[in-house]
Design a protein around this ligand. Structure first.
Ligand SMILES: Cc1ncc(COP(=O)(O)O)c(C=O)c1O
Length: 316
């Protein structure tokens, strides 16, 4: 590459139209959304129930609750783990704001842990110094499709009797040591917004294998009620709750996308000759994030340079 970068007024090297909108839409998406429209239940409908079952099966969890955002699912994690007013929750210093605001939303206090420079994930070796007698949980954020070292997080959580929450909003399908994210912690949250591998327009997913945590999350999800919308509701609020439920149209779209998710992930991984990473590594203005340990098998979320070398970008 020579001359000025497009960023600095040079000619663009990626022709207009090369970057396609995500996600690709086909007849399956159209059919499933249309079928939902033809149905009669548009709030928490049959597609929501089916999506929960299918996502739980795909990710290997006992329970899945579909929400209207990943942020809502994260708040459900904090509540399910009994983080109360004034309790501290450990979280990475670098993430999307929801990783920390979900803690504040429950009157708890985020305790930030610095990141590892090469992966920009939370530096797991710095977690223990942040633990105090008020610490209740650790939120491990699998950022940019790259999983945190969950062996280390769980080891620390067990030693200090803390709950482990996974913010897997950016990492559907990523594996650590051969096991999917969302299977490691006490509970986990995924996002289904348009930037994510699994898109339902907007939406989210709370997952857990623990019946008690599932019950607490369900209460927060739907007005503090103990019965789900498909059960015989008594319309009593037994605890503080919000309206975090997903709707049938979004769930129908997400179901169609889920059927194609593994295919998409595989295609993206191998699409560019030699891999996207190899190509990007040839651009000397970019410094790529490290993939970290061999045990990590990340997924495609977005390709982000860690830091552009300014002096080089300016042609110095
Ligand atoms: C790491 C992380 N956590 C949480 C969220 C929140 O998800 P949502 O936008 O679906 O509320 C996002 C969304 O971008 C995210 O990237």
């Amino acid at each position: 590459m020579s001359g000025k970068l497009a960023l600095n007024g040079g000619a663009r090297t990626v022709p207009e139209g090369t970057i396609k909108a995500w996600p690709p839409i086909d007849d399956l998406d159209r059919q499933m959304v249309l079928d939902s429209l033809k149905g009669t239940v548009h709030t928490f409908g049959p597609n929501c129930q089916a999506l929960q079952e299918e996502f739980a099966a795909w990710n290997g969890n006992k329970h899945a609750i579909t929400t209207n955002s990943g942020t809502a699912a994260l708040h459900m994690c904090v509540a399910a783990c009994d983080c109360g007013a004034g309790d501290q929750v450990i979280v990475t210093a670098y993430s999307w704001s929801s990783s920390a605001t979900c803690i504040l939303q429950h009157n708890s206090i985020p305790a930030f842990v610095d990141i590892d420079f090469d992966t920009v994930l939370m530096d797991v070796d710095k977690i223990e110094v942040a633990i105090t007698p008020r610490t209740k949980a650790i939120i491990a954020v699998h950022l940019h499709g790259l999983p945190v070292n969950m062996h280390r997080v769980l080891e620390i959580a067990r030693k200090h009797n803390l709950k482990a929450i996974e913010d897997a909003c950016q990492s559907q399908g990523a594996l650590f040591d051969g096991k999917k994210v969302g299977q490691w912690g006490d509970c986990a949250a995924f996002s289904l917004n348009q930037n994510k591998s699994l898109c339902g327009g907007e939406g989210g997913m709370f997952v857990t294998d623990d019946d008690t945590l599932n019950g607490k999350a369900t209460q927060l999800w739907s007005f503090g009620e103990t019965r789900t919308p498909v059960e015989n509701r008594d319309y009593h609020a037994y605890a503080l709750g919000w309206m975090y439920r997903n709707n049938d149209l979004a769930a129908a779209f997400a179901r169609a996308q889920l059927k194609k998710l593994d295919h998409h992930r595989h295609a993206l991984r191998w699409q560019s000759p030699g891999g996207l990473r190899t190509e990007a590594a040839r651009v000397h203005e970019l410094r790529l994030l490290s993939k970290g340990e061999r045990r990590r098998r990340g997924t495609i979320h977005a390709v982000r340079p860690r830091r552009a070398c300014r002096r080089r970008a300016q042609g110095c």
